[in-house]
Design a protein around this ligand. Structure first.
Ligand SMILES: *Cc1c(COP(=O)(O)O)cnc(C)c1O
Ligand code: SF4
Length: 449
């Protein structure tokens, strides 16, 4: 044991020749993925399926994911392949057939796009009342690109951060990546962000999100962060950055041309005595195994920034307890704090990825059996829905009635926080909307009738 630990420390702190590690980013999309040498394993039919689904839902992978994360000998079941390459069943059969027929009949692009847009609108592009209820109105103006649902936390969607190094096939923010203005929201008005922060001293933390803010160059990111640091707001304690770059492009943190500048920005945040929290997305242990990701994690942690993780529980990718307990152990071993296990939101390809709430709870429960308390900072399974974040606590028997026990982790109304409540047992329910109040009640405690 102690030998293992020693070896690791030595390896991590040895000076490394960065030049050897430089890998140039290259994206793969519908337009060029067939040039991948690995793709020769796929049948004509599989390639056609990618073309069809990729027309409706955004598709992007990259050379790191393809060369270092996907196991091409077993791609059909490989979690990272399923995570970034479109899968046939992600579209419902009627949607799939419509687009497939148009392509087979060589329909013109306009016709295909019309159909694609119709289907997208049927996929609930903006779940959870995001557009109607989370966007603040300030001095008579809707602040598109800011969301403020929970009192203490303000979300910022910086304009240049609304893409990702690769796209997750499950992504609930998928409309952000389309060439359709009406689907998108973002801001680049730092002055408005500052005015809003000054006017709302209850905000203790801001969360840069997207897309992935870590696609922005260090200098662009500084343009958002430095003016906020300069304000010296007492109430603002933490800056969070939501990112999947550790998983999809770890070279962002040590090999890219502006990596040093980025790390300096992190150090600058530390100097102001604010905390930097990297909210990292990891969906599978395989994302934590490469040398590059381990080095990136180490580099970030050296700046004093904290890394917390979140992931949805996804059928075909991580819907078993062992995958989760492995992932939790690996995270804690790397000094990372597990944070949220989400359930896939009611949008896009939810039907493909979702598991029933009851099954999700069993996976969570079983995963926790095999790990120490340091991993149990993971809260799950959690649904981020219109009234707030709802945790499935489990199945219980109350006076001979089988119920699902739930907790409002945090509500749109902060008075609801940590309030327990009960739903009728329903082993098929995959989302909050499928649940009915237990004990013959007409409504849940937070609902108006
Ligand atoms: C999840 C979420 C947050 C952050 O919630 P925490 O529990 O503080 O991590 C903030 N705003 C919105 C809209 C969210 O969905
Ligand atoms: S990294 Fe995040 S925002 Fe980007 S595609 Fe994946 S889930 Fe969506």
């Amino acid at each position: 044991m102690s030998n293992d630990i020693k070896i690791e420390v030595i390896r991590d702190s040895k000076p490394v020749d960065i030049r050897k590690d430089i890998v140039k980013y290259k994206a793969y999309t519908l337009f060029n993925y067939k040039t991948l040498p690995q793709i020769k394993n796929l049948s004509e039919e599989e390639l056609f399926n990618i073309d069809v689904v990729g027309k409706v839902l955004p598709f992007k992978s990259n050379n790191y994911v393809v060369d270092e994360l996907i196991d091409w000998n077993n791609y059909k079941n490989d979690p990272l392949f399923i995570l970034t390459f479109p899968q046939k069943s992600m579209l419902k059969t009627n949607h799939f057939n419509k687009i497939a027929d148009l392509i087979r009949n060589c329909a013109d692009n306009e016709k295909i796009n019309d159909e694609v847009n119709k289907i997208r609108l049927e996929l609930n592009p903006h779940p959870g009342g995001q557009m109607e209820q989370n966007v603040p109105v300030f001095k008579g103006k809707r602040l598109s690109g800011i969301q403020h649902k929970y009192k203490e936390t303000m979300l910022i969607f910086p304009r240049q951060g609304q893409t990702c190094h690769a796209y997750c096939t499950f992504c609930f923010r998928w409309p952000q990546f389309l060439n359709e203005k009406k689907f998108k929201f973002h801001t680049e008005d730092v002055n408005i962000i500052i005015e809003y922060l000054k006017a709302n001293p209850q905000i203790t933390n801001i969360l840069f999100t997207g897309g992935d803010p870590m696609v922005m160059s260090a200098s662009v990111l500084s343009r958002y962060i430095e003016p906020i640091l300069d304000l010296n707001l007492k109430n603002l304690v933490s800056i969070r950055i939501g990112t999947k770059a550790l998983s999809y492009w770890p070279y962002k943190f040590f090999g890219d041309k502006d990596s040093d500048e980025l790390i300096n920005l992190f150090l600058k945040i530390k100097k102001t005595r604010k905390h930097l929290a990297i909210m990292a997305h990891f969906n599978h242990t395989n994302e934590l195994r490469t040398k590059a990701v381990r080095r990136a994690i180490h580099t970030i942690r050296e700046t004093g920034a904290q890394i917390r993780t979140q992931s949805p529980l996804l059928k075909h990718i991580n819907d078993d307890a062992k995958t989760w307990s492995d992932m939790l152990r690996e995270q804690v071993k790397r000094g990372i704090i597990p944070y949220y296990m989400f359930l896939p939101r009611d949008t896009g390809a939810q039907h493909y990825f979702s598991v029933p709430l009851v099954k999700a709870w069993e996976i969570y429960k079983d995963a926790c059996k095999d790990v120490s308390g340091l991993s149990k900072t993971l809260r799950g399974p959690v649904m981020s829905c219109t009234p707030g974040k709802v945790q499935v606590l489990g199945v219980a028997n109350v006076h001979n009635e089988k119920v699902i026990s739930l907790k409002m982790l945090q509500g749109r109304n902060s008075e609801w926080t940590n309030h327990p409540f009960f739903a009728e047992f329903n082993p098929k329910a995959i989302w909050f909307d499928d649940l009915k109040p237990a004990f013959g009640e007409k409504k849940f405690f937070f609902q108006d009738l």
